[in-house]
Design a protein around this ligand. Structure first.
Ligand SMILES: Nc1ncnc2c1ncn2[C@@H]1O[C@H](COP(=O)(O)OP(=O)(O)OP(=O)(O)O)[C@@H](O)[C@H]1O
Length: 244
């Protein structure tokens, strides 16, 4: 569905992403993890057209999409959520979702019906008339997801949708993400909540200092010496008795 081929991104003297390659299989959830500052969000921004790479290629359904603008990618079925959620202040929850729904539904009535449906699916049914800026963090995270889903994507990039949620809110959100995948939406997710991303992902990629250092099934990645050392520092794997 998606392949990122040797993508690099330089900000002045900083090589934020260094010849990173990854792919996402259709109908699955793929996890992208890595320590803070590894380049995960930059890679997401490149895939979703918010940032042009310095080098490399992004393919979606076999076609090169590198550098296409976000609205064109949205039209082709790619949507993303943002790590720092910023609902349109001054608009209601429904109107926020409506912005996304208008992509596929030019008529206001159709867009409103589609927005309400997405809102209800994400548990925002009772809050549709509320100003978006009165939502709790958990509500805002759901709204962020709803805005992206309203564009009816086939490929969804989730940037830390679980960040800032408490354990019970995370438990509520995990099945929501799984249900999207069961509906046929391919997902690539950045997540620091390890238990959740490991239970959701079929395959995971690990980015550290801009480079992909490991990939595989969640259990393989979790016991990989390079991954443990990227998180805990040089020598940590030996201390923990990990030999792979
Ligand atoms: N627009 C920019 N200009 C300059 N440097 C940037 C820019 N965007 C990101 N960076 C730098 O690139 C590096 C990678 O940042 P990025 O946000 O992609 O990491 P991340 O893996 O998503 O981190 P986190 O898990 O903390 O969100 C960091 O050193 C960051 O400061």
């Amino acid at each position: 569905m998606l392949s990122v081929e040797r993508v690099s991104c330089r900000f002045g003297g900083l090589l934020a992403v260094n010849a990173a390659s990854l792919n996402a299989e259709p109908g699955c959830i793929t996890g992208l993890i890595g320590p803070n500052g590894a380049g995960k969000t930059t890679l997401f921004s490149i895939i979703s057209g918010f940032q042009k790479p310095t080098d490399g290629l992004v393919r979606y359904k076999g076609e090169a999409i590198t550098g296409l603008p976000p609205h064109e990618l949205a039209r082709r079925g790619i949507a993303r959520t943002f790590q720092i959620v910023q609902p349109f202040a001054g608009l209601s929850v429904r109107e926020n979702i409506l912005v996304g729904a208008h992509l596929r539904h030019p008529k206001r009535g159709d867009a409103l019906a589609a927005a309400d449906k997405v809102g209800r699916e994400l548990g925002l049914g009772d809050m549709l008339d509320r100003p978006a800026d009165t939502l709790t963090v958990a509500g805002r995270k759901r709204l962020e997801l709803a805005k992206a889903l309203a564009t009816e994507p086939q490929f969804l990039l989730l940037d830390e949708v679980l960040a800032g949620l408490n354990p019970s809110e995370i438990r509520d959100m995990v099945p929501v993400i799984r249900a999207l995948c069961d509906r046929g939406i391919t997902i690539l997710m950045i997540e620091h909540v390890m238990q959740a991303v490991m239970s959701l992902s079929r395959h995971m990629f690990v980015l550290a200092e801009g480079s992909i250092i490991a990939q595989g099934a969640p259990s393989e990645v979790a016991s990989d010496r390079r991954v443990i050392e990227a998180y805990l520092g040089h020598g940590a794997a030996k201390k923990l008795g990990v030999v792979s």
